[in-house]
Design a protein around this ligand. Structure first.
Ligand SMILES: CCCCCCCC/C=C\C/C=C/C(=O)SCCNC(=O)CCNC(=O)[C@H](O)C(C)(C)COP(=O)(O)OP(=O)(O)OC[C@H]1O[C@@H](n2cnc3c(N)ncnc32)[C@H](O)[C@@H]1OP(=O)(O)O
Length: 290
């Protein structure tokens, strides 16, 4: 069965993941996990300042939290951010720009794992998107079953804006939420939807005026499964998601090889370097350091 195969795969990796986590554990927890003792719903907050950019340690921490949530019989998982401006800035560009090749292989494998773990999570999942969610941040949100977003934020797979094409399985996550023609246009444009636009096209399900309201709406979504048998619900979700997941599982090595070639190509490295420098410049000018 796919579920046991996937979970065994992640468990098999676990000792490696644990070692990696322990070797580079930061002083402050990269994720905050709280389980409401009344509702039984777990809230997983990304907590890697300044923008929750996804590096190896943060993604391992997310995977471990999901494994813990599935093991402690939480009734659901709400993914959110401890930062009130940014949900998740996507992959840490330091991992992609002029990368160490061994680390890049590990980074990409963990990126694949974090999507599999969240996309196949056995409990109901919802994202309280309380900040900007570009690229990998949008992927985390679309891996969840439901999305509630705060106003004046942006969300989308903007990879073409920094010279990259998203991997097939990242595109499939978008296609599981958006109609094909719209997904194609948004992917090729590298579009970042405003909150209102995202609601209009169905990329998010609801808008909330505050993080508290977003969390409450996510809890209401999770409560909607209260009459469903948890195992039947989980297996039904995995059955529906299996075709997309299999496209990655069946060729993880091929995906890794393709990404390494693509990420390391000089043209893309130059484009990414320029994009990253512009980000840093913007930040410096914001802080009054030109
Ligand atoms: C077969 C093909 C396969 C090829 C594979 C290609 C690669 C993978 C392709 C797809 C998967 C996913 C890819 C990604 O996720 S790549 C990352 C994309 N992310 C972004 O484009 C977001 C960039 N950031 C922003 O737009 C903004 O920072 C913001 C809106 C998130 C927040 O804005 P604001 O609050 O104004 O903060 P600042 O911009 O001032 O930034 C603060 C600080 O953080 C740094 N930073 C921002 N984003 C990142 C990041 N993604 N990685 C690393 N660092 C980041 C920024 O540089 C500032 O740092 P400082 O200069 O030190 O202050």
């Amino acid at each position: 069965m796919l579920r046991s195969k996937i979970l065994n795969r992640i468990r098999l990796l676990k000792p490696v993941i644990d070692r990696r986590c322990m070797s580079s554990a930061s002083k402050t927890p990269l994720t905050l996990l709280e389980v409401d003792d009344k509702s039984g719903i777990a809230t997983l907050s990304l907590n890697r300042p300044p923008v929750n950019s996804l590096n190896i340690d943060l993604m391992n921490s997310i995977i471990e939290s999901i494994t813990e949530i599935e093991g402690n019989k939480s009734r659901g998982l709400i993914l959110t951010s401890a930062n009130d401006r940014v949900f998740c800035a996507g992959l840490d560009l330091n991992e992609l720009h002029k990368p160490n090749q061994e680390r890049l292989k590990e980074f990409w494998a963990v990126f694949q794992d974090v999507w599999l773990a969240l996309h196949l999570c056995s409990v109901p999942t919802a994202a309280a998107i309380n900040g900007h969610a570009p690229a990998g941040g949008c992927l985390l949100a679309t891996a969840c079953e439901y999305r509630v977003m705060l106003p004046q934020m942006t969300i989308g797979l903007n990879e073409t804006q920094f010279g990259y094409m998203a991997p097939k399985w990242v595109m499939l996550s978008y296609l599981s939420v958006l109609p094909r023609r719209l997904a194609e246009r948004a992917l090729t444009q590298g579009k970042l939807f405003t909150t209102a636009e995202a609601l209009d096209v169905g990329l998010v399900d609801e808008i909330a005026a505050s993080k508290e309201e977003a969390l409450a709406k996510c809890s209401t979504f999770i409560d909607s499964f209260s009459k469903a048998n948890p195992l039947a619900r989980s297996l039904t979700k995995k059955q529906i998601r299996e075709p997309d997941v299999q496209k990655l599982i069946a060729d993880r090595a091929g995906d890794l090889k393709e990404c390494l070639e693509y990420i390391n190509s000089p043209l893309l490295q130059d484009g990414l370097g320029a994009y990253f420098e512009a980000l840093k410049q913007k930040s410096r000018s914001k802080a009054g350091k030109s």
